[in-house]
Design a binder for this molecule. Structure first.
Ligand SMILES: *Cc1c(COP(=O)(O)O)cnc(C)c1O
Length: 386
């Protein structure tokens, strides 16, 4: 049997894969089992921040790998401590809890919010407002936080206590806050799975104001839009917001599994000994990888991300077959006249990997994609949209 057949026989049927077996890559280029090369504009869904086989990243990972690969949280290790310090220094947050995925980073955020509100206002203040069309993960609780019915059906009952409002609808948000006992408002600055939709500034300002007035926590889910992707280290930094809790994962360790929940002034000391834990969380190899990634997301790189973003927007906006372009930084959604799946297939045929977000074509290239590769990819995408 070939790899596709073995996979279909033995791996649970949860994924509809593209018909490619990827074998190896370098930078923004990746090869399939037949040796065909592609420019990768998807980076494993915003994970491979510096592309494939990046020399510096490999050195950081292998150096740590040859020292100690895992220790559990019963012991101290240097990479986790240094990474937490770096995250705090770069964000103005105060403490960090490490886990292994976006869903887990959000689980921690939800636990912290519930405990904070219970201690501050009473145990009946447990409700969390999230947005329709959001995506926060696949565990029973983060599914409940996810404001999309399609993911819920078949798995009911989900965790109680989530209320959904439409993104950018300030009136609906205010009503939900006044009608319920609210612990937190949780949102993505740019809805990724929902179609690459940035929130409007007025809406974010309203959340900020409401939360400050009523001691409601702001939880920002930066799992996809974080770690340099938006053109700032974290997307909330575009909006003059200082969240109470930030969750992140995907690009954080550049291709190894790592989640982080960053806790602010109000929430830093909510969790006490025994309140939460993770066997793998803060794994030294993953943290060494993340230290390398975060240390390289400097002003120069972020400026490049913004320039590449501007280039993509200017090339695609108004192009033939393109209805609209949305997003922030190198997280871009393209509404196409053709079905997104057809555009994706045509791109693949011509050697460019792009993915879907709802009915849109989604671009999530490496933060350091060479301009020459980006140019070729955009030409191909334009051709595929015709
Ligand atoms: C991908 C994603 C998650 C879930 O992350 P996993 O690592 O798959 O658990 C949560 N929130 C957002 C915004 C995401 O894009």
């Amino acid at each position: 049997m070939n790899i596709k057949e073995i996979d279909s026989s033995y791996i649970a049927n949860t994924y509809s894969r593209f018909p490619l077996v990827l074998t190896d890559g370098k930078g923004s280029r990746v090869k399939d089992e037949n040796g065909k090369e592609y420019i990768d504009m998807s980076t494993g869904i915003a994970v491979n921040a510096f592309g494939y086989s990046d020399n510096e990243w490999i050195s950081a990972v292998t150096e740590q790998l040859s020292k100690i690969q895992h220790a559990s949280n019963l012991y101290f290790t240097e990479p986790a401590a240094r990474l937490a310090e770096l995250l705090v220094n770069k964000t103005g947050m105060k403490k960090v809890f490490f886990s292994n995925s976006g869903a887990e980073a959000n689980e921690c955020a939800i636990k912290v919010a519930r405990k904070y509100a219970a201690e501050k206002k009473g145990t009946d203040y447990y409700k969390i407002i999230t947005l329709n069309n959001s995506f926060h993960g696949r565990t029973i609780t983060t599914l409940a936080a996810t404001g999309q019915e399609v993911f819920h059906k078949d798995f009911l009952p989900l965790t109680d206590g989530f209320i959904y409002v439409d993104a950018n609808n300030i009136e609906e948000l205010k009503k939900a806050v006044s009608d319920n006992k609210i612990a937190a408002i949780m949102f993505e600055i740019v809805q990724g799975e929902g179609g690459v939709l940035p929130l409007e500034k007025d809406f974010i300002d309203s959340i900020k104001e409401i939360c400050a007035e009523q001691d409601i926590l702001t939880i920002v889910d930066e799992v996809q839009c974080g770690n340099g992707r938006s053109g700032k280290l974290y997307a909330y930094m575009h909006y003059g917001l200082q969240p109470d809790i930030v969750s992140t994962a995907k690009g954080l360790a550049g291709g190894l599994p790592l989640g982080a929940t960053l806790l602010g002034d109000k929430t830093a000391d909510v969790l006490k000994f025994g309140d939460h834990g993770s066997t793998f969380g803060g794994n030294p190899v993953c943290c060494a990888a993340a230290l390398n990634v975060l240390n390289r997301i400097d002003d120069k790189l972020l400026e490049d991300v913004s320039k590449k973003s501007e280039y993509i927007f200017s090339e695609l906006s108004g192009a033939k077959g393109v209805k609209s372009v949305s997003g922030l930084g190198l997280m871009i959604g393209i509404e196409t006249e053709k079905a997104a799946a057809d555009v994706i297939d045509a791109c693949m045929e011509m050697g460019v990997l792009v993915i879907k977000a709802k009915s849109k074509v989604r671009l999530l290239p490496a933060l350091n994609i060479p301009f020459e590769d980006l140019k070729v990819a955009i030409e191909v995408i334009k051709k595929a949209c015709l």
